[in-house]
Structures are given as C-alpha cells and as structure tokens.
Design a protein around this ligand. Structure first.
Ligand code: PMT
Length: 401
C-alpha cells in the first residue's frame, strides 16, 4: 500500500517537447498503484501517442470533447467528478493562458473548468516565455483560484537555451503529490468549524436588521481547510455563494440559529469565526407586518457572543480558536482587546472602512494577532480572499503540527 493506492488521478497532457516526460510520470504513478485516466490535447498527440499512454497507465485515454464513444462512457462532468486530483503535465504557456481565462474550448480545459478538485500544474516552457509578464500574471491569477504548481526548474532546455522553465523531474512530481495526499490523510480526523456571512435579525415577518457581509472570506477559509483534508463544517448566514459537497454546510439566518448550530457542531479541534454576527436582536418581533407610522421605536437586546461562548467552554474549547475583528479605527488597540476579552488564540483584524477590502470585496488585507507567540503580530499583504485564506490555513497547519 502506498499513499497513492487507489487514488484516481486524471493526467492532462499538453503539447510541449517535455510531454515525453509525462510517460515516465505516469509509469511512476502506476507503480504506486494510482488509478489513472488521461486526456491528451490535440497538440500533445504530436509528441506522445494514445497507445503508449494507455499501455503505461492501463487506463482510458480521452481526446475529443464531442466523441460519441467518450460521451457514452463518461462525459466531461463525470470525468472531472471521477478524479481525486488533476495534474496538467506539461502545462504549456498556452494552456496556462487559456486556463486563466476560464476557457472551455476542448476536453482538457472543459474538464478543468468543471472540476472542484485540486489541480496541479507542471509548467514547462522556454525561459523567456516563463519570464514573460503575461505568463507570470496568468499564473498569479490561477494560484489565486487555488491551482498549485510544481516547478519549473532551472536547466538546459530542448531549444538550446538555459534558464528557468525546465519541467520538474517525474520523481519530484510524484513526491509533491504524495505529500499532498499525506497531508489530506493526516488532517482527515481533524475537525474544523467556520462561521461566515451576516445574520438577519427580524423586526417583523418581512423586515430585518443585517450587515454587508457577503460570506466570501469565511467560504474561502472553509474551502482552503477542506482542500487540505480537514473535516470542515461551515455555518453560514444568508449569502449568494456555493460550496463543494465535501464541506458540511449548515445554513442559518439569525444569530440565535447560528449559536444553536455552533453548539450542536461541538466538539471541534479548530474554530474560526469570520461571521459578522449581529450584536443585537429585536426584543419582541412583530408577528404581523408593522404598519406605516410616524415613528417606530425598536427595543433591542443583546445577542449571545458565539465566539466568547466557544472560547470559554469548560469541556469543549477547541485547541485553536480564531476570531475576526472588523474595525474602522484604532485597529491595533481594538484587535488586541478582542484577543484578550474574547479569550482567542488568534484575532484576524481587517479594516472595514476601506472600499476595496473587508466587506463584500474579493480582496482583503489582514493583520493576525497571536496570543502566545513572541512575534505576536503579522501583516498579510493585500490579496484575494482565496489567497489570504490559503495563508491563514498554512499558519493553522504550522501551529497544529
Ligand atoms: O463576508 P465578507 O464580505 O467576505 O467580509 C468579511 C468580513 C469583513 C465579514 C470578515 O473578514 C470579518 O471581519 N468578520 C468578523 C466581523 C465581525 O462581526 O467582527 P466583530 O469585530 O464585530 O466581532 C468579533 C468576533 O466575534 C468575530 O469573530 C465575530 O464572528 C464574533 N462574534 C461577534 C458577535 C457575536 N454575537 N458572536 C460572535 O461570534
């Protein structure tokens, strides 16, 4: 048994001189008992043959998007669902460019676009192409979508030039994928809970008090945790977002419902509170729609602080409790106060007075405050929320290891 035993790997081979190395890569994966299917792009067939791949992988080789034979057996959606992981090897500059645009012009790009699995790109190209700003920008974009890369390395190239752009060695590729699955296995028994989105506090059956939270930051954290193998539960207030089947999704509306769902999800090992929970609810919600009147006085009462409840739990306090702090001023002072008063291990503070980060935006800029670390403050640069989430999860993994 190896960590790759029975893992379903979808290889996508693109047209580049390094395509010949994909044969050795497939041989190594097969030797480690992986189950392999392969998609060959049109130009890849100029470099390797379907027959050689089928012999080495002992699996089906797909070529065309609209092949009747393939449609009967497995369409592009089923193929993307079948895979535990996708490897694009070699990932040419052209493929990287197409993927960054969300293209779906052939079977390979369609399957990747339809996939919710981890995709690894193994770039290989001429050094100038690799160093070109457009390739760098395309890769940056793909990484922000969650794609991972292996290599390239520096060395002599088929074109006679020397530099960075050479495809990683098949053994290195095998090692990286092994590590990915090892981490997944290691984290499988670790339970993580994330709260996200706003809450709605009803005034009457049709009106409510809420806030601008879109849920994006919390959803991205849940996705990053799940991708790294954590058993993830996401408790979310109302949002327009979707999330994969791997995540245990609990939808709530009010702070009271969020609290109840959190209580029922305990115990967990890690809890991250990114939801913007309303601090108050209407004392007595009207059962009928309130009629128009000159003046309306609302009587508000305090909602329970969910984070506080969990971080001070006698028997079920998670090993790592992470709160968020949405601040418009005195960030440093307020975040440190929340770290202390809410008994958190970390507080992740964001400035929500800015337009291009914090609430609703796809981007954020956060400062992590640590309780028990010498260097107790760390700023993460302005980035996509998906990238910030990856960085937060990197730090969670470091901490629990
Ligand atoms: O959802 P997005 O549009 O992506 O925006 C992301 C975000 C700005 C909402 C997010 O990054 C963020 O800052 N979330 C926390 C928002 C917030 O309510 O902060 P707070 O400072 O009021 O609360 C501090 C902490 O206590 C938070 O972890 C909050 O989840 C928690 N809390 C607060 C009140 C309450 N009743 N229960 C809680 O658990």
């Amino acid at each position: 048994m190896t960590v790759l035993s029975n893992k379903k790997i979808l290889f996508i081979i693109c047209g580049g001189i390094s395509a010949y190395k994909s044969l050795e890569t497939i041989r190594l994966f097969k030797k480690n008992n992986a189950e392999i299917k392969t998609i060959l792009t049109k130009s890849a067939k100029e470099f390797v043959t379907p027959l050689s791949i089928a012999s080495l992988s002992q699996g089906k080789v797909y070529e065309d998007l609209f092949s009747v034979e393939n449609e009967n057996e497995m369409d592009h959606i089923s193929l993307s669902r079948w895979a535990d992981l996708i490897i694009v090897v070699p990932a040419t500059a052209n493929t990287i460019s197409k993927l960054s645009q969300g293209s779906s012009e052939d079977l390979a790009s369609t399957v990747i676009l339809a996939s919710n699995k981890q995709t690894f790109l193994v770039p290989a190209m001429n050094v100038r192409m690799w160093e070109h700003k457009s390739t760098k920008d395309n890769l940056k974009k793909l990484k922000s979508f969650g794609y991972k890369t292996i290599g390239p390395v520096i060395g002599d190239m088929a074109c006679g030039e020397y530099g960075e752009g050479k495809m990683s060695d098949p053994l290195i590729i095998l090692n990286e994928i092994n590590n990915f699955f090892l981490y997944q296995k290691k984290h499988k028994k670790i339970k993580a809970l994330v709260t996200a989105g706003p809450t709605k506090e009803y005034i009457d059956p049709v009106r409510f008090i809420s806030n601008k939270s879109s849920g994006k930051q919390g959803y991205e954290i849940a996705k990053s945790l799940s991708k790294r193998g954590f058993e993830t539960t996401l408790i979310t207030g109302p949002t327009n977002l979707d999330i994969g089947d791997e995540i245990n999704l609990i939808k709530v509306e009010t702070a009271e419902e969020m609290f109840k769902a959190t209580q029922e999800s305990l115990p967990v090992d890690i809890a991250i509170f990114s939801a913007a929970v309303a601090d108050f609810r209407v004392n007595k919600k009207d059962t009928n729609k309130i009629k128009k009147q000159d003046k309306l006085t609302l009587n508000l009462e305090k909602n329970i602080d969910i984070l506080n409840y969990v971080s001070n739990h006698n028997s079920m306090r998670p090993k790592l409790v992470i709160g968020f702090a949405a601040e418009t001023n005195d960030i440093d002072k307020n975040a440190r106060l929340k770290l202390e008063n809410k008994n958190c291990d970390w507080i992740i503070a964001n400035d929500v007075s800015k337009k291009d980060s914090g609430f609703e935006s796809d981007y954020n800029e956060v400062i992590v405050y640590y309780k028990n670390k010498k260097n107790n403050k760390e700023k993460l640069a302005f980035k996509k929320k998906s990238e910030i989430s990856e960085e937060i999860v990197d730090r969670i993994i470091n901490q629990i290891n």
